[in-house]
Design a protein around this ligand. Structure first.
Ligand code: ATP
Ligand code: MG
Length: 740
């Protein structure tokens, strides 16, 4: 048997080996779409003679592409795997633009504007134009127009006179980006589409394109897919309309149909068995999604046993809810005798802002955790400062980065000086950097003369940046980011600065700086290999732009930071055993043995500001279907800072109507009897723990009695509870009504 096909069911095999040139694999969560897509890549390489550098594979998150690389390395070997063009749409587009951007007039060494940069630029423009538009609104609307390929000029032709405000902001925003030689996330896609439209020869080597999570592609990504595959139109996509959750970012479910129309020879393969979740979890999730009556009826089959019913729990307030999760995690680890580790748990949130209480509770209880989908690490002040230094060194046109470091550490450059400089630069129509340089060298002057001290401060900043740029020129390899970080922190006496500024917290902050250096070190260590991963194959007759290798390493390092935050997944490095806290959006395509979904109240999910209720329901469905063996939903019955309910009381999300909650959930945690633990082991395909290992720490665990919460006003769960407990006689949960 071909090892690539080993362990696949017949529908999956059919998809892997299909000779159809246009193939859609449509299937519900956990049915092995990603597994199938990965196997198809391996199969095409080994059976169709494709070269890895001629195969493009697009994933939705950086984490997903890393997982796919790992799986592929096992199937086809690392040597071949490393040559594949595999990554998110954004990272693939960046690669093409770095090599061929010159063909469409893109300047060398462009940077990527992350959403902080975008907001800073818009803030300035909105102020200058004396507009009353909110920054976020402008940001969202511009991004939407870009995603639909609408330029400011095209937009101007469509909108009414009173809506011209946005057009002006949009135009000024594009100009500001161009001046700073920056591309925002949408530009990466748009400009790459421009490139491929005008110069299809850049992808004349591409044999086939594969796309995961296709239901969440937007119009531009759809166009890109077609452009990348323009040579010989071989495309495989996998997706699930029920999991479309990026409509708010202009994803188009219709792309599935659009594709079938465009390519009349599209073959569709459906997968119908679920390999991820227990039967009970699958049933509860399907009851949720089936409330959407517009979707075609289909029911997934579980390949696992029924398992234990998911839990739906009400708690008095968010702190109690967080504490309950802590206790439930500790209890499950102790009672399953080594079967579950901390890294088996995930907390999935509708909004990242819900994490604060949970992080506090975890911190207090000593539960290790990592945040995904937040911008925790790269957002820390000291990390951001150093990154801004690197960005200025990488390209000095980046005025916002320059403003971020102009007086950090303090160089006696006050707000008035900064104002004078920015106004001066604007009037002279040069970048802030050029203006400062000219002022120092006496070629220009500010309206009001600068103070001596401020001038000296500017001088020392300028010297440092110039010297760093020289260092970068001298550095001919991937160690550039590390070398520069070392040079800059030393020149600035950054550690002493942290000590002086944050006397109570210097340790933690310096540790963050070390972590950043560690990441730069990894880049240096990966060296050659990483840059090879960035390489695109040489194409006859099309010149690739050659970059200075130190500059390229720095720009790659900064792009990875920017794209990591965009794709909402951070580089977690080597994993220790930590609970994952993630937004639901960032959890797409992933799975965990145990999943908690807190705050399932109306207003949180569906979110009070959500426009499309169906999308919110799909979001809950995506969250529930991440769970393999245990699923917990919870809500605080009071949410003190909630504006809506006058007394701050919350009600259960309408996506869990009584009919569903009564039969599909239990109000308390799972019993963890021997049989329950064994069924978890079966679902996870892990060895069963010995009975002596199980429950051994039970005495040390805090009591979970309901009295714990009643003092704070929660109704007791008892026979009057609105949810029934369906625990069977032997601890295993019985199917509450006949299987369909
Ligand atoms: P999602 O829609 O959530 O992205 P998916 O359809 O991509 O899900 P995968 O992540 O590919 O599903 O697979 C889900 C789980 O099922 C994985 O752990 C995978 O290894 C397992 N799996 C898939 N197919 C099989 C199979 N034929 N036999 C055993 N396990 C399988
Ligand atoms: Mg998947």
């Amino acid at each position: 048997m071909d090892p690539i096909l080993d362990g696949l069911n017949s529908a999956q095999r059919e998809a892997v080996t299909s000779s159809a040139s246009i193939l859609q694999v449509l299937a519900p969560p956990g049915s092995g779409k990603t597994k199938t897509l990965t196997a198809r890549v391996a199969y095409l390489l080994s059976h169709h003679g494709y070269q890895p550098q001629d195969v493009i594979c697009c994933t939705f998150t950086i984490k997903a592409s890393r997982e796919m690389r790992e799986r592929l390395a096992k199937l086809i070997g690392e040597r071949l795997e490393s040559r594949l063009i595999l990554g998110t749409f954004h990272s693939i587009c960046r690669r093409y633009l770095v090599k061929y951007g010159y063909l469409i007039g893109l300047r060398k060494g462009f940077g990527i504007a992350d959403s902080d940069d975008t907001r800073a630029i818009l803030r300035r423009i909105i102020k200058r134009l004396k507009s009353s538009m909110e920054i976020r609104t402008a940001q969202g609307r511009i991004s939407k127009h870009k995603a639909h390929g609408l330029s400011p000029d095209a937009l101007a032709e469509r909108v009414k006179a009173e809506e011209m405000e946005l057009v002006h902001i949009y135009r000024a925003y594009n100009t500001a980006l161009a001046e700073a030689n920056l591309l925002d996330y949408d530009d990466l896609l748009l400009r790459c589409a421009d490139l491929l439209r005008e110069h299809p020869e850049c992808v004349s080597n591409v044999q086939t394109v594969l796309v995961d999570e296709f239901q969440d592609t937007n119009i531009i990504q759809y166009d890109l897919m077609n452009l990348l595959a323009s040579k010989n139109r071989r495309i495989t996509i996998v997706g699930d309309p029920d999991q479309s959750i990026y409509g708010f970012r202009s994803a188009e479910i219709q792309n599935l149909r659009r594709m079938q129309k465009r390519y009349v020879n599209t073959s569709v393969i459906l997968l119908e068995s679920n390999y991820r979740s227990s039967g009970s979890i699958l049933n509860s999730a399907q009851d949720v999604i089936e409330q959407d009556t517009t979707r075609p009826a289909k029911r997934l089959e579980a390949t696992h046993t029924f398992g234990t019913l998911p839990v739906l729990r009400k708690l008095p307030n968010p702190s109690a809810e967080a504490l309950w999760m802590v206790l439930e995690i500790k209890r499950s680890v102790a009672m399953t005798g080594g079967l579950l580790k901390m890294s088996d748990f995930a907390i999935l949130l509708r909004s990242a802002s819900l994490s604060t209480r949970i992080e506090t509770a975890f911190g207090r209880a000593g539960i290790p955790y990592k945040m995904v989908g937040g911008r925790k690490f790269f957002d820390r002040t000291e990390v951001k400062t150093l990154l801004n230094y690197l960005r200025v060194v990488s390209h000095t046109e980046h005025s916002d980065a320059l403003l971020g470091i102009i007086n950090v550490p303090p160089r006696r450059i006050g707000d008035e000086t900064i104002k004078q400089l920015t106004i001066g630069a604007e009037q002279a129509q040069v970048t802030l950097w050029t203006f400062i340089k000219d002022v120092i060298q006496g070629r220009r002057s500010t309206e009001k003369k600068l103070q001596k001290a401020a001038e000296q401060g500017l001088c020392s900043l300028m010297k440092l940046i110039e010297a760093s740029k020289q260092k970068l020129q001298d550095c001919q390899d991937a160690s550039a980011p590390r070398v520069l970080l070392e040079y800059i922190t030393e020149s600035l006496s950054f550690q002493e600065y942290l000590l002086k500024t944050y006397p109570l917290d210097e340790d933690g902050r310096w540790a963050n700086v070390k972590e950043l250096m560690g990441q730069a070190n990894e880049v240096a260590a990966a060296g050659e290999e990483a840059s090879r991963e960035e390489d695109l194959p040489e194409i006859e007759g099309v010149k690739q732009q050659q970059a200075h290798s130190g500059e390229e390493a720095l720009s790659r390092f900064l792009a990875n930071v920017a794209l990591a935050t965009e794709a909402q997944t951070q580089d977690e490095g080597e994993q220790t055993s930590e609970v994952t806290i993630s937004t639901i959006h960032a959890a797409k395509g992933l799975e965990w043995p145990v999943v908690f979904i807190p705050a399932v109240y109306n207003g949180s999910i569906p979110h009070s500001r959500a426009e499309v209720v169906d999308e919110e329901r799909r979001l809950l469905y995506v969250a529930m279907t991440r769970a393999q063996a245990l699923l917990y939903l919870s809500l605080p019955i009071r949410q003190p800072w909630l504006v809506e309910g006058e007394d701050g009381s919350t009600t259960l999300t309408p996506f869990l109507p009584p009919k569903v909650t009564k039969t599909r959930f239990r109000p308390k945690g799972p019993p963890f009897h021997e049989k329950v633990v064994y069924s978890i082991a079966d679902i996870l395909r892990r060895p069963r723990p010995s009975p002596t290992d199980m429950c051994k720490d039970i005495a040390s665990l805090p009591s979970l009695s309901d009295d714990k919460w009643t003092s704070e006003g929660e109704e007791k769960h008892d026979e009057n509870s609105q949810w029934n407990d369906h625990q069977g006689p032997n601890g295993l949960v019985q199917e509450p009504y006949p299987k369909r």
